[in-house]
Write a protein that binds this ligand. Structure first.
Ligand code: G1P
Length: 281
């Protein structure tokens, strides 16, 4: 099974920081956001990680390429920790497909159709960092329990925030699992079928990929992944797993990205003391 990571977005919310740099390359502590997402995917045991890139963004590909000269010079200078970090980034196995126009998340995902090769696939959105593979492993577990069905991770969201997300409707089956009967992208608050929003981690069947090939624009005039999953419901079952939102660290807005940096720094022995001091604790 492959994992697809869309990375062709514009990064508008981070301008001017993202004027000359992809938003996926913004650092959280000492690593770019997209490296966390790639590591999460690889830790879950996928066969291939496919980044949907835009042709304009060479930096992401440079980041995941080997740089032997840099590693050598760092080693010669006795900077082995940095050499190891550079080597690691260059050794993560990723490949690329390209989205030529920003037509929406569903369009980004369908760019990876050939790579998915008719099988189920994972989707990991880069706006949220999950520092281990627990969420994707849970999706795989629930999918296996239901004959390989599509499964989306969802989390509870307060009413006034629900229209920012894709939202599921359905029936709880116990153990945090829901049988989904409807998915709606960015519903008005009054029309949301539940308070459970799509979190940005999906395990999807090939049927969803097939539907994306013929998808038409939905909410916001964009090709929506949520609509294709909803369309698959006429042919097959879809499940949702409710997760604790605290497993995710949002990087989608400047405020959330700052908060994520602080929270992860407080958890990291390399930075915890100085951050605590700076915050006056
Ligand atoms: C995307 C999805 C949405 C999901 C959200 C999670 O929306 O379309 O269904 O709930 O990610 O972050 P976006 O944030 O790109 O508008």
């Amino acid at each position: 099974m492959i994992a697809v990571i869309p990375a062709a977005g514009m990064g508008t919310r981070f301008l001017p920081a993202t004027k000359a740099m992809p938003k996926e390359m913004l650092p959280v502590l000492d690593k770019p956001v997209i490296q966390y997402v790639v590591e999460e995917a690889l830790d879950s045991g996928v066969s291939e990680v496919v980044i949907v890139n835009s042709r304009a963004k060479r930096e992401i590909e440079e980041h995941f390429s080997a740089d032997e000269a840099l590693v050598e010079s760092l080693r010669a200078a006795g900077k082995d920790t940095y050499a190891d970090a550079v080597e690691r980034a260059g050794s993560l196995s990723v490949s690329y497909v390209y989205q030529d126009e920003p037509l929406g998340l569903g369009d980004a995902i369908r760019c990876a159709a050939e790579r998915a090769a008719g099988e189920s696939f994972l989707v990991l959105l880069g706006d949220v960092i999950v520092t281990d593979s627990s969420v994707v492993r849970r999706l795989a577990e629930v999918s296996a329990e239901h004959g390989g069905a599509s499964v989306v991770a969802v989390f509870e969201v307060p009413g006034d925030e629900i229209s920012r997300y894709g939202v599921i409707g359905g029936e709880p089956m116990g153990d945090g699992v829901w049988k989904v009967d409807r998915l709606v992208e960015k519903p008005a608050k009054e029309e949301a079928p539940s308070n459970l929003a799509i979190f940005g981690r999906y395990l999807l069947s090939n049927k969803v990929m097939e539907l994306l090939q013929v998808a038409r624009p939905g909410a916001g005039g964009e090709i929506q992944l949520t609509d294709a999953i909803d369309g698959a419901l006429t042919a097959e079952e879809v499940y949702a797993v409710v997760i604790d939102p605290r497993v995710g660290h949002d990087t989608g807005t400047v405020a959330a990205w700052l908060e994520t940096n602080v929270r992860l720094a407080l958890d990291d022995p390399r930075y915890a003391d100085s951050i605590r001091k700076a915050l006056g604790d």
